[in-house]
Design a protein around this ligand. Structure first.
Ligand SMILES: [Zn+2]
Length: 145
């Protein structure tokens, strides 16, 4: 399985609710062997007095036939950032879609417990690692540019 990005990557900047610092968001399709495979949303936080972390949502399911066909979507999420006692950033599974509305795009938003039991957990780690390593915003935020 070879992962690539779709052609329509987008970015947007928000203001953080807790400290008014910028939040940078990137989103895009991930393709697998040339076909739409997942969608990710990556929010990169620049909190003034908390860790500078990234929250990555990855949604799997059927794509391409419009919202009426989106009946099987399932969303995972992780937080990537500094962890006490570690020198390298770590990824932790968190509840998916906390900052996004319920609907057919995100579908079933897994919480941490459900995600850790889910058969697609390894697909999620592969996709989130791909985003972490290859999305320029996320990579720069976590590893420095
Ligand atoms: Zn903040």
């Amino acid at each position: 399985m070879s992962l690539t990005f779709g052609p329509d990557r987008q970015t947007r900047e928000f203001e953080c609710e807790c400290c008014n610092a910028p939040i940078e968001r990137a989103w895009n399709f991930i393709y697998s062997d040339g076909d739409p495979y997942a969608v990710y949303f990556a929010n990169c936080y620049h909190h003034r007095d908390r860790d500078h972390d990234a929250w990555i949502d990855v949604i799997f399911g059927t794509w391409g036939d419009g919202p009426d066909a989106w009946v099987d979507h399932v969303a995972f999420a992780c937080r990537v950032g500094p962890v006490a006692g570690q020198t390298t950033p770590a990824s932790t599974v968190v509840t998916a879609g906390l900052a996004s509305p319920d609907g057919s795009l995100f579908g079933l938003k897994l919480d941490r417990e459900a995600a850790l039991q889910h058969p697609r957990l390894s697909d999620f780690w592969a996709a989130s690692d791909f985003v972490l390593e290859h999305d320029p915003l996320v990579r720069g935020h976590i590893y420095g540019s």
